[in-house]
Design a protein around this ligand. Structure first.
Ligand code: FAD
Ligand code: ZN
Length: 345
């Protein structure tokens, strides 16, 4: 096909529409959802931006033939002549010029070295419905653009979040921001029914105030943080991945994590190479402090064992104190985090 501006645009739009169709609205919590509205760009757009200096929109197959006319040989289908990057021969490739594996490798490289600006070429727009307390956490991600339903203008429906029984947990003992042990079934049921009744009461008062013709901007002010709100939310892929790294994390509150997990699934479908690289180089990767690196290097080189330090030093408090002391890893919190990252706690 001869590419013109019109049909290039058409193919971008067609692809975006396909991705939207492929990702129907996903329900979250008791009344919430994430609905994909639109995407701009894809893995290919990231490669295109990164390759702007080469004037190429994609990665090419690499065939070690020498000489200028390798393309001719490659088209002529020499058996056994394979691309060094994807390992396929010319009968197996989908396109004789475009090497998708080259694109994948480039995106992995960009992610590894944090060359992130090409990711900003991609954008996503979502329609989200979530409790206000989740929206308050989401709104901290300042790089997103949003338009929210207005409680000054519309009467808000009586939709509020009631956590499931298993989610009704006690205050965590070791994390001041977190949840810990579950309640017994009977206790959880009692708390859940209180949560529901209190919210219902607030909505009754809200209806009463609206019936008295109190301005909507005032009648809403006692509604609970569990009230659902909705908005259109648009963000570029670089900042979206930053958001997902923070909010898919186990330290994020469960309710916002539910939204991040669903958005992550959409991203995996939309930009699979970028998603794979994000998981490998960011989300499932760890960074280590200078002190931890020194400790790790010593462990790897066996230096720690020379002084008679036992292999399972981590499980022996006295040795552990000494080794952490040797490497200036000072606080108990840092020491614990290190052991956790090493899979030792
Ligand atoms: C587990 C957890 C607990 C949290 N607890 C609290 C809390 O107790 N209290 C609280 O207030 N917040 C809390 N937050 C919110 C947190 O401090 C951030 O506001 C939020 O995660 C958004 O991150 P961000 O600023 O990097 O993202 P974005 O606002 O999307 O910004 C992305 C990046 O753009 C750059 N940027 C954006 N705006 C500016 C700017 N004006 N100046 C300079 N650089 C900018 C920064 O590099 C930033 O990292 C918590 C977040 C998490 C994940
Ligand atoms: Zn190839």
């Amino acid at each position: 096909m001869n590419l013109t501006v019109d049909n290039v645009l058409e193919s971008w739009r067609a692809k975006a529409e396909l991705i939207v169709k492929h990702n129907p609205p996903k329900p979250i919590l008791d009344h919430g959802h994430v609905r994909l509205i639109d995407v701009m760009g894809d893995d290919q757009a990231i490669v295109q931006a990164a390759r702007v200096s080469y004037g190429l929109g994609h990665s090419e197959h690499k065939v070690a033939l020498g000489g200028e006319d390798w393309m001719q040989e490659w088209t002529e289908d020499h058996p056994g002549l394979t691309c060094e990057v994807c390992g396929l021969d010319s009968t197996e490739v989908k396109s004789l010029t475009h090497c998708p594996e080259g694109d994948r490798k480039l995106i992995r490289y960009l992610s590894r070295v944090r060359h992130t600006s090409p990711l900003e070429q991609c954008e996503i727009k979502l329609h989200m419905k979530m409790p206000i307390f989740v929206a308050r956490q989401l709104v901290r991600h300042r790089t997103a653009n949003l338009n929210e339903v207005s409680g000054r203008y519309s009467v808000l429906p009586a939709e509020f979040y009631v956590p499931e029984l298993g989610r009704i947990q006690k205050q965590s003992r070791d994390n001041k921001q977190g949840s810990g042990e579950p309640f017994s079934d009977a206790e959880a049921s009692h708390i859940q029914s209180n949560i529901r009744t209190m919210a219902q009461d607030e909505f009754k008062h809200y209806s009463w105030m609206n019936a008295q013709d109190v301005a909507k901007e005032l009648s809403r002010i006692n509604l609970p943080l569990s009230t659902y709100t909705e908005w259109y939310w648009k963000i570029d892929l670089h900042n979206l991945l930053h958001f997902l790294a923070l909010r898919k994390d186990a330290h994020a509150q469960k309710e916002i994590r539910d939204y991040a997990d669903v958005i992550g699934d959409v991203v995996a479908d939309w930009v699979p190479f970028t998603w794979e690289a994000f998981l490998d180089y960011r989300f499932r990767a760890e960074t280590f402090s200078q002190q931890e690196m020194e400790l790790l290097r010593s462990m790897v080189s066996g230096a720690l064992y020379e002084g008679g330090v036992p292999r399972d030093w981590h499980s022996q408090p006295r040795w552990r104190q000494r080794v952490f002391g040797m490497y200036d890893i000072e606080t108990v919190r840092e020491r614990k985090a290190f052991l956790k990252r090493m899979g030792l706690l």
